[in-house]
Write a protein that binds this ligand. Structure first.
Ligand code: PEP
Length: 257
C-alpha cells in the first residue's frame, strides 16, 4: 500500500436537497472526526454548497470541472475557479458523468490536464459496466481488464510522470455503484493490480507504486475494512453511505482500527 494516510472521499452527488440538510450533514461528520489523524477525509458536495464548508478539518472537493479556465461556457465551473476557492480535489470521469452526460475519455483527459495544471488532485474514476460479459460465442470475457486499462491509457494521454503521483485512481465497477452489490475484495485487489500494471506500462513500477488506488461501489461500514486490509486499497470513494453522517463516520472509524 501507498505509505501516506488513507484517503476517504464522500461523493454526495446531487444531494442533499436543501442547504439546511447539507449543513447538518457536514457538521455532524466534522464533529465526530476532528480528532482522527490517520485518515484524510474529503467531502465533495454539490458545488453550490461548497462555500458553506470552508474550514480546516475536512478537505473539500468538487464532483466535476470544466477544462478551460474561463470564458463563454454557460453553466460550467473551471478547475482554476475550484482551486481559487480552496478545494484540493476534483472527482473526474465518474460513471454517472460518463453515462448520463456522455463524457468521453478525451474530455476526461482534458479535465485531468486542467486539474493538474491548476495544482489540484484528480480522483480519476474508472470501471467496467457489467460484472460478467460474454462474447458472441457465449464465452466469458474479462471486461474489467480491458475497460479499466483502456480508460486509464486514454485518460492519461500526455500526462508526464512528474504529475502522476498527484492523481488518485478510483476503481468503481459501475455494476456496484448504488446497487448494494459490492465487488468482492479479491476482485477489487485484481483490479488494483491491473491498474498498477497499466501505470507501470505507461510510466514505471516506481511511479505506479506512488499512485493511490481507491475502491468505490456500495461501501458500507460492514465491508469498508475489507477493501483496505484484504484488497490493499489506499482509500475509498463513498456515495450513498456518505449521506448518512453516522454511517460515514463509522466507516472512517472502522478503517483505522
Ligand atoms: C459513487 O457514486 O462514487 C459510489 C461509490 O456510490 P455508492 O457508494 O453509493 O455505490
Amino acid at each position: 500500500m501507498n505509505n501516506n494516510k488513507l484517503l476517504i472521499v464522500a461523493n454526495w452527488k446531487c444531494n442533499p436537497a436543501t442547504q439546511k440538510e447539507a449543513e447538518h450533514l457536514f457538521v455532524s461528520v466534522k464533529k465526530e472526526i476532528k480528532k482522527i489523524d490517520e485518515v484524510e477525509t474529503v467531502i465533495c458536495p454539490p458545488s453550490i454548497y461548497l462555500s458553506l464548508f470552508k474550514q480546516k478539518v475536512i478537505q473539500l472537493g468538487a464532483q466535476n470541472c470544466f477544462w478551460e479556465d474561463k470564458g463563454a461556457y454557460t453553466g460550467e465551473i473551471s478547475s482554476s475557479m475550484i482551486k481559487d476557492f480552496g478545494c484540493k480535489y476534483i472527482i473526474v470521469g465518474h460513471s454517472e458523468r460518463r453515462g448520463y452526460f456522455n463524457e468521453t475519455d478525451d474530455e476526461i483527459n482534458k479535465k485531468i490536464k486542467s486539474i493538474l495544471k491548476n495544482r489540484l488532485k484528480p480522483i480519476f474514476c474508472v470501471g467496467e459496466k457489467d460484472r460478467d460479459s460474454f462474447d458472441s460465442e457465449g464465452k466469458l470475457i474479462n471486461e474489467m481488464s480491458f475497460i479499466v486499462s483502456e480508460q486509464i491509457e486514454k485518460g492519461l494521454i500526455g500526462i508526464s510522470q512528474s504529475k502522476i503521483q498527484d492523481i488518485a485512481i478510483a476503481y468503481e465497477p459501475v455494476w456496484a455503484i448504488g446497487t448494494g452489490v459490492p465487488c468482492l475484495p479479491d476482485d477489487a485487489m485484481k483490479a488494483a493490480l491491473l491498474i498498477k500494471k497499466t501505470l507501470t506500462g505507461l510510466y514505471s513500477r516506481e511511479i505506479a507504486e506512488r499512485v493511490k488506488i481507491l475502491y468505490g461501489g456500495s461501501v458500507i461500514s460492514q465491508n469498508a475494512i475489507d477493501y483496505i486490509k484484504e484488497a490493499n486499497m489506499d482509500g475509498l470513494l463513498i456515495g450513498g453511505a456518505s449521506l448518512n453522517a453516522s454511517e460515514f463516520v463509522k466507516i472512517i472509524k472502522r478503517v483505522i482500527i
